[in-house]
Design a protein around this ligand. Sequence first.
Ligand code: SF4
Ligand code: SF4
Length: 341
Amino acid sequence: MKLEPADKLFYKLKNNKVPLVVQWELTTRCNLDCMHCCIKNEKQDSELSFGEIKDILRQLKAENCMIQRFSGGEVFLRKDIFKIIELARKMQFGVMVLSNGTLLDRSDIKNLKKIGILDLQVSLYGATASMHDSITNVKGSFDKTMNTIGLCRKYKVPFHVAVMSFNKNFHELSQIKRIARKEKWKTIFDFVILPAVSSSKDPLSLRATDEQIKLAVRSGLLVWSRRNRLRSKKITRPEQFSGNDVRIEIGASGKVFPSVIMRKEAGDLRRESFSQIWRHSRTFRYLRSLDEKSFECFSCEYYNKCCKNRDLAYLEHGDVTVKPQEICRINRIFHENVGKR
Ligand code: SF4
Ligand code: SF4
């Protein structure tokens, strides 16, 4: 089977246990109070200091890590965030930043441009201030976020707009798409609403209904998977789904998890080295022991045409190998409606 160059690289990194992308929850603090927030009420431990972050970045460099994704909470609440981004760039990491976009002004955006980041992800929840602010629970947040998006455009900072798509804001999604097209924003509409990591089910009441998902598919708002987008049935990756991964999450106080939503603690960087955790922890050894046949998804008729999501399965059932029900729901509606108007 012929592999594309990007796939070849991906497998090489995977087989050599390279932690390609590290996502950092640099703080759990946030200036907004979003209805769907999945880290709400998370226990707050003391945040890693700049010195600790510097040391961890050195360890990541030694493991050939390439990309740092700095996230929160709201990452720009950290007073040393620009120092951290600058350090990561000096160490020649690619840097992505995730933000709600409410704390950045013109000089910050110019600074990001000067430092050179790969991407700034800005979250948007409505086409109008009343909708967006009713989700963030902070009046004026829409105007600030829109201002940041405008500044990114103006100063050519690479960015994309992440739109969480709920039952509540569904009627404004097409309007957001129109604005995005006009303003030339790169936009991602996300329909997968997660339960909170603290196991609260509150955010689930915001999930789009079956009928709304159907309309989103028919109007092209919902893009499901790379394969769906290409409408191809060909398998291009021999082992496309397994426990082994090249991503990792570092929590605010240095705890290490497989991902932001799969909070199965693998170790603590305040007590152990990154290499020890990544190569020898029980959590990562267990995940690496799973091949694609270990997952219930493997016997599903949609296996090659579905996003799947082991992390959501863990959040739903405490087990990565079972079917993630919310993905099954969206996938079913997607395939019943794709190509129909
Ligand atoms: S901006 Fe993000 S971290 Fe802050 S409340 Fe909203 S979802 Fe949670
Ligand atoms: S997530 Fe559900 S629909 Fe998708 S492959 Fe797995 S079992 Fe099938």
